[in-house]
Design a protein around this ligand. Structure first.
Ligand code: AKG
Ligand code: FE2
Length: 240
């Protein structure tokens, strides 16, 4: 990942990279327009956010039925930009094959969790619409869920709209991540935000807070187990 050295979030050692303005405003509007014009059944309404899964949901055995991602999710994010960064060069399929799109209204979030073994341990997140703070928690020594709810985050990453966040290595395997359900993100500054020096426009946050607006993330991943269409009958009956 040497091409990414300038984007490394130093406080997160070698496990996270942040690039502001990874896409243009025009590309951001086109993505928003595409995401918001899919047929309604494409959305899964969850209790605290809604979600699209491309090209399809994984099977119970965490297998992806092989299918290309739609062109609007590939260009220009995968080709040429992620390819130029080389960040999936070492992953089994040499590129992402799965994208989750999460939408958070003000007050919504995602519980601290880890992304788990279905994926190669590398997640690339494009943020659009509005900023949001991603909280990173140490896995507690005393059992998976203990005390998670009232724990304070170990690190906080501010994701500006149009930015790219790469999480990998220790951050993927040793920590949990989540987004607090709140209407306002506060305590923004050099102290509390671990990628503050890398922000594209830190001035916007100089008041130390902002009110949440609708924020959408596109998380690009490489699913390890992929079934070819020719084997789809085996795939469909597996794990049932
Ligand atoms: O929206 C985000 O940035 C995080 C989403 C996430 O953690 C997930 O979908 O696993
Ligand atoms: Fe996640």
């Amino acid at each position: 990942m040497s091409a990414l050295e300038a984007a490394r979030i130093a406080r997160l050692s070698d496990s996270a990279y942040y690039i502001p303005d990874f896409i243009t405003e025009d590309e951001e509007s086109k993505l928003l327009q595409k995401i918001n014009s899919v047929p309604p059944p494409r959305w899964t309404q969850l209790s605290h956010r809604r979600l699209q899964t491309w090209p399809s949901t994984l099977s119970k055995s965490n297998t992806l039925l092989s299918a290309p991602l739609p062109a609007w999710l590939q260009d220009p994010i995968i080709h040429p930009r992620l390819e130029a960064l080389g960040c999936f060069a070492d992953s089994p399929h040499q590129g992402p094959n799965h994208v989750l799109i999460n939408e958070y209204q003000p007050g919504q979030g995602i519980m601290p969790h880890e992304d788990g073994p279905a994926y190669y341990p590398l997640v690339v997140t494009v943020s659009i619409g509005a900023p949001i703070v991603l909280d990173i928690y140490e896995k507690s020594g005393g059992g998976e869920e203990s005390g998670c709810l009232d724990r304070t985050p170990r690190f906080r990453v501010l994701q500006e709209p149009r930015s790219l966040l790469i999480t990998t290595a220790g951050l993927y395997t040793q920590y949990l991540h989540g987004i607090e359900e709140r209407l306002r993100d506060e305590e923004l500054g050099r102290e509390g935000i671990c990628n503050w020096e890398l922000l594209g426009n830190a001035k916007v946050y100089s008041a130390g807070f902002y009110d949440r607006k609708t924020r959408i993330s596109l998380t690009y991943r490489d699913v390890l187990k992929v079934a070819k269409v020719g084997n789809s009958m085996r795939f469909l009956t597996a794990g049932r």
